[in-house]
Design a protein around this ligand. Structure first.
Ligand SMILES: [Zn+2]
Length: 379
C-alpha cells in the first residue's frame, strides 16, 4: 500500500480560497482538437443544472451503520451531520446541512502521535447532540471499514487507527470516514465547481497531490480506498526523482508544493517559499504545471469526465501555474476530454469538512430508506 498525498488543505505554501473565485463564469470551450487548443482560461465554477437527486450506490459497499432504531419515523427537522476534517496541522469540526451549508466550525491544532483521536472527539462532542450522523475526512488512505490503511509522516502513528469504530463508540452516531481528497471531491461534485457534472475529476495539489473521481455526486473510492491517487501516476519527466510513496518519477515528486520548492533550489541554489517562487514567475512552476497538465490529461483520457477541477494550496499560485497546466492538458488530451471545462475549486479549505458531512447524510438517508422498506406498513 502506498501512502496517499498529504492534506493539500494544510499546505503551508498557501491556503485555498475561502470563497469562490471572483472571476465571472464562462462557457465551456468549444469542441477542439489537440492541435487547436481553446483559450487558456480557467473559469470560475460555471452555473450548471442542479445536482441529480438519484445518487449512485456508494462504493465500496458500507457495512451497516448504527441507526436511531428500527422502524422509527424521521424527526421533523432535516438532519445535520457532524463533520470532521483531520489534517497534518489542524483539526476542524462543524455541522453540515443537506444543502452543504456549514453551520458551525471549530478548529484546533493537530496534536502529535496517539492524541489525535482524543483531540478530534473532544472537539466534536459538544456538537454531537445536534447531529444525526458523523462524517470524518482525514489524511491517509481509508479502507472500506473506516480504518487508516496508511498515512503520511505528518500524522505520526495514525496508520492502523480504527477511526470509524472509535468515533462510533465515543459519539454514538453512525460514522462515515473518507480520505480528505475524496471528501473534497464530494463537495466539489455536489455543490462546488463540478456541480451538475455526471463524472468529475478533481485534483488537489498541495503538500502532496491527491484526487477524486466522482460519479453523480458520489466518490469512487475503489476496492482499497486508493482510487483517485493522481499524485502517484507515472510522470513523463527526464529526472529520476523519488516520490513520497517510494517509487520513482510519480507526478507528486515534480509538481507538489515542496517538489516545486526543491526544483527551484536545484536550479538556483536559493531556498524560497512557493509563494515567492510564484511571484518571481520562475520557469520551475511552468515546468511542474506542464507535467501536471499532461498527467491530468492522461487521467481524463482514461475516465472521460464531464468536468475537471483544480484544488489545493498550490492552485492559489494562479495564472503562473494554471495557464501552462491548461495548455499542456489541452494539447495532451484526446479531442473529447480536451474540450471539457477546467475549473478552479469553489469550496476552498472547507471542502473536506463539507464533503464529509454530505457523504454522512447521504449514507444516513440510504440507511433510513432501507429500514423503511423493511418495516411493515403502519409501524
Ligand atoms: Zn508516488
Amino acid at each position: 500500500m502506498r501512502p496517499p498525498a498529504r492534506d493539500p488543505l494544510d499546505d503551508p505554501a498557501g491556503s485555498p480560497p475561502s470563497s469562490p473565485p471572483s472571476s465571472p463564469p464562462s462557457s465551456p470551450p468549444p469542441h477542439t482538437s489537440p492541435s487547436s487548443p481553446p483559450p487558456h482560461t480557467l473559469p470560475s465554477p460555471p452555473t450548471r443544472v442542479p445536482p441529480p437527486t438519484q445518487l449512485a450506490p456508494p462504493e465500496p459497499p458500507s457495512p451497516a451503520l448504527p441507526s436511531p432504531g428500527p422502524c422509527s419515523s424521521p424527526g421533523p427537522r432535516p438532519p445535520l451531520a457532524l463533520a470532521v476534517d483531520i489534517g497534518g496541522t489542524k483539526i476542524a469540526v462543524g455541522l453540515v446541512a443537506a444543502d452543504g451549508t456549514l453551520l458551525e466550525r471549530r478548529r484546533t491544532a493537530t496534536p502529535a502521535g496517539p492524541s489525535i483521536l482524543g483531540a478530534v472527539l473532544d472537539l466534536a462532542r459538544p456538537l454531537r447532540e445536534r447531529a444525526a450522523a458523523c462524517g470524518i475526512a482525514t489524511a491517509g488512505t481509508v479502507d472500506p471499514r473506516g480504518r487508516i490503511a496508511s498515512s503520511t509522516d505528518l500524522l505520526t502513528g495514525w496508520a492502523g487507527t480504527d477511526v470509524r469504530g472509535a468515533a462510533e463508540r465515543a459519539l454514538r452516531l453512525p460514522v462515515t470516514v473518507l480520505n480528505d481528497c475524496h471528501a473534497a471531491g464530494v463537495a466539489e461534485a455536489r455543490i462546488g465547481a463540478a456541480r451538475g457534472a455526471r463524472t468529475a475529476l478533481v485534483v488537489a495539489v498541495g503538500t502532496g497531490i491527491g484526487g477524486a473521481v466522482c460519479v453523480e455526486g458520489r466518490v469512487r473510492t475503489g476496492r482499497t480506498g486508493t482510487a483517485g491517487s493522481l499524485g502517484h501516476l507515472p510522470a513523463p519527466a527526464a529526472a529520476r526523482l523519488r516520490c513520497s510513496c517510494g517509487a520513482l518519477d510519480h507526478v507528486e515528486a515534480y509538481a507538489s508544493g515542496p517538489a516545486i520548492e526543491r526544483a527551484y533550489l536545484r536550479e538556483t541554489g536559493r531556498a524560497l517559499p512557493l509563494a515567492e517562487i510564484g511571484r518571481l514567475g520562475s520557469p520551475v512552476i511552468a515546468d511542474a504545471a506542464a507535467l501536471l497538465g499532461r498527467v491530468l490529461a492522461g487521467a481524463a483520457n482514461l475516465i472521460d469526465p464531464d468536468a475537471v477541477v483544480i484544488a489545493g494550496g498550490v492552485s492559489m499560485l494562479g495564472a503562473v501555474l494554471l495557464e501552462p497546466l491548461e495548455a499542456a492538458y489541452r494539447a495532451e488530451a484526446l479531442p473529447g476530454p480536451a474540450a471539457v471545462p477546467l475549473s478552479r475549486a469553489a469550496l476552498g479549505e472547507d471542502a473536506g469538512l463539507v464533503g464529509a458531512g454530505l457523504e454522512a447524510l447521504t449514507r444516513l438517508e440510504a440507511q433510513s430508506r432501507r429500514e423503511a422498506q423493511s418495516c411493515p406498513a403502519g409501524s
